[in-house]
Design a protein around this ligand. Structure first.
Ligand code: ZN
Ligand code: ZN
Length: 202
């Protein structure tokens, strides 16, 4: 096999088989090429690991930003809910408005189970703290309260609405600006710009 030739893994050139270094990583023309091959390979692996880490980092930043956006938006929408329902009894048990710390904005569909409705004022009403915190919203009372206040169409709407919506940051920012504007309007003693609890039926 005098003519047998072997390729160096690093420079890709062919060399007489008997002059080639055979190492666990492969065959090389010289030690230097074995070393260079190892260095290139670990550099590539390092770059790949860095690119992956950067991707994960970017995804986390985005996710944290959305968590922040949701937190701000929910707090703004909850504030509108409490302003709209000022003076109205607890939606779930009828307890009169005791104001301040005794009132919560309560979701008919928990925001964990329904992302579509989490900012929908039709599914968000002021309740007393005992109903919201200690009775998980007192949903059966909530249902009767909604029907009594608005009629059954609102409950049908909430029961049949989609469950999931993937909100985007621009949507939430836009919503916050509209809702904040509405809160300012109400705090000036003006009427709401629209009926936030209206159900459109065909
Ligand atoms: Zn070589
Ligand atoms: Zn209550």
């Amino acid at each position: 096999m005098a003519n047998s030739r072997t390729r160096c893994l690093h420079c890709r050139e062919y060399f007489p088989a008997e002059s080639v270094l055979r190492l666990p990583a492969g065959s090389f023309c010289t030690y230097q090429h074995a070393i260079d091959y190892g260095l290139t390979k670990s550099k590539k692996a390092k770059e790949k690991a860095q690119a992956t880490a950067h991707k994960i980092y970017k995804a986390q930043v985005k996710q944290n930003d959305m968590r922040h956006q949701h937190k701000l938006t929910q707090s703004t929408v909850n504030r509108l809910c409490l302003v709209l329902d000022q003076g109205k009894p607890c939606i779930s048990c009828g307890r009169p408005d005791q104001g301040g710390r005794m009132r919560n904005a309560s979701h008919f569909k928990s925001r964990g189970s329904n992302s579509y409705l989490r900012y929908d004022l039709r599914g968000l009403h002021a309740s007393c703290v005992p109903c919201n915190l200690y009775q998980s919203g007192n949903i059966e009372g909530y249902r009767s309260g909604l029907i009594e206040r608005y009629g059954s169409a609102i409950v049908d709407y909430l029961d049949t609405a989609p469950r999931v919506k993937a909100w985007t940051a621009p949507e939430l920012i836009q919503m916050r600006s509209e809702v904040s504007e509405e809160i300012r309007r109400l705090e000036r003693g003006e009427q709401p710009s629209r009926d936030w609890r209206q159900i459109v039926t065909n």
